[in-house]
Design a protein. Structure first.
Length: 115
């Protein structure tokens, strides 16, 4: 059973940066397309970014394109999300998962961006 642990969230001012990490145990992530998702209060969980297991092809939601960068380190079984130029509307709990959301969800990591 895979377990995903997200970390790196926090409180930051608008325009600031954070780097999120997603560490996996119980299964190697190297053969999976992985993604980041987020859920703001009162809203549905939404797709943020994904990265393929071969060629590291990335895909981003329009709302974060040009500001966020997803990457992976298969040797560490970890996926990252570098978030720059943060906006208050990026405030949410951030989760990682298989791009098709097939793994059990972790606890997520809270990102709060103040105006």
């Amino acid at each position: 059973q895979v377990q995903l642990v997200e970390s790196g969230g926090g409180l930051v001012q608008a325009g600031g940066s954070l780097r999120l990490s997603c560490a996996a145990s119980g299964r190697t992530l190297s053969n999976y397309n992985m993604g980041w998702f987020r859920q703001a209060p009162g809203k549905e969980r939404e797709f943020v970014a994904s990265i393929t297991w071969t060629w590291n092809i990335t895909l981003y939601a329009n709302s974060v394109k040009g500001r966020f960068t997803i990457s992976r380190d298969n040797s560490k079984n970890t996926v990252y999300l570098q978030m720059n130029s943060l906006k208050p509307e990026d405030t949410a709990v951030y989760y990682c998962n298989n791009r098709d959301r097939q793994f059990p969800w972790g606890q997520g990591t809270q990102v709060t961006v103040s105006a």
